[in-house]
Design a protein around this ligand. Structure first.
Ligand code: DNO
Length: 358
């Protein structure tokens, strides 16, 4: 595996590349062109300068998170071909510039959803939390403002204000889009982009839905190990793979992450490894990475990745806000660095105990 950290780019991230470079064991970053709107074709110059900045700091650009998918592709409207062509051209430029991993999601309207961005834990740290009872009381039209209240003034990933301004329209677009339609539209998209992925050896890694169930009555499909496997079979090309996000898939306690890792062997192109703590039906909060702080067994998760030969980029995903750090919620330096050190420790133990070379 290659240990990485997500970096949102200059002007968007409080964490610098120089700081990331000093976290032991980190080889590279996962980044994006943060101000590119979903559906827009990326400029090659912007890709080049992003890559250059990362490499000048002594790091590798290990992948893109995300090249976001336009809603027209998700709902399968008549104009989807235009957006698919843009996507293909973006992939082409990434491939030509030696970038071989793209993370994306296929969630209707909202990307990841939380009811609280700064829940205070007993030790004074703050974390993301989700409680279905609270979400049920929120009018989705106001969701963006609800998320905006505690965002420390940052633009949250996946919550583009331009899209959120048209929320009613977005909801109308998804009327009648059930799980089967979403699967069919996702298959159509993947089949269209596989040739360019084959040509440039680009691994597509779909992110599970977060939380892993339907929110605001919108269909969600990347909600279980079975559905992720179903997608890999639907478009049976090794470049069609997944991001194994333990916190997203694990939001539903019915999902056995270790089983999912084994079932997806060879198709996990990227891993987000973090812990969450269940607080009852439909309710969880993010925890420190340490197994004993949450409900997931991080050792067993890392062991399953190790045993299945996972060799892609991995990142600690979110961290708690600790030690007074003010950053984009979930993406401070301190707790993610602690998480990395812990995950690296588990990996070193696995290597030494099981004895397989990296
Ligand atoms: C949140 C992230 C998501 C993720 C996208 C992938 O912190 O995990 O926004 O990047 O769903 O497209």
């Amino acid at each position: 595996m290659k240990m990485t950290m997500r970096w949102f780019g200059e002007g968007y991230d409080t964490v610098t590349l120089q700081q990331i470079r000093q976290v032991p064991g980190v080889e590279g970053v996962i980044t994006t062109i943060y101000d590119a709107a979903p559906g827009e074709e990326w400029e090659e110059d912007a890709i080049l300068s992003m890559k250059q900045k990362v490499e000048d700091a002594g790091l590798s650009l290990c992948g893109i998170e995300s090249v976001n998918i336009h809603d027209a592709i998700k709902v399968g409207s008549r104009d989807r071909d235009f957006y698919i062509d843009n996507y293909i051209r973006t992939l082409e430029k990434l491939g030509k510039n030696d970038i071989h991993l793209v993370c994306y999601n296929f969630m209707p309207v909202f990307d990841w959803t939380r009811s609280d961005l700064a829940k205070v834990r007993p030790d004074g740290s703050t974390v993301f939390a989700y409680d279905q009872k609270i979400i049920d009381q929120i009018d989705p039209a106001n969701m963006s403002e609800a998320m905006g209240e505690k965002n420390n003034g940052f633009l949250l990933p996946g919550w583009e204000p331009e899209r959120m301004a048209h929320i009613q329209e977005l909801f109308r677009m998804y009327e009648g889009i059930d799980e089967d339609r979403l699967f069919a539209n996702l298959q159509f998209f993947l089949e269209a982009i596989m040739p360019v992925c084959d040509k440039y050896d680009i691994n597509m890694a779909i992110h599970p839905d977060d939380p892993a169930w339907s929110v605001f009555g919108l269909a969600r499909i990347m909600t279980s190990g079975e559905n992720l496997v179903r997608l890999t079979k639907l478009v049976d090309n090794p470049h069609n793979g997944v991001t194994l996000c333990t916190g997203s898939l694990g939001s539903d306690p019915k999902n056995d992450i270790v089983d999912a890792i084994h079932a997806l062997k060879g198709r996990i192109h990227f891993a987000h490894v973090r812990n969450i703590k269940y607080n009852g039906e439909g309710s969880f909060e993010e925890a420190a990475h340490l197994s004993s702080d949450g409900s997931l067994d991080m050792f067993e998760i890392m062991k399953a990745l190790y045993e299945t030969g996972f060799d892609g980029p991995i990142r600690p995903d979110h961290g708690r806000a600790i030690w007074g750090e003010i950053s984009m919620p979930g993406y401070g330096l301190y707790d993610r660095a602690l998480g990395i050190t812990y995950l690296n420790g588990i990996w070193e133990s696995l290597e030494k105990m099981i004895g397989r070379k990296k």
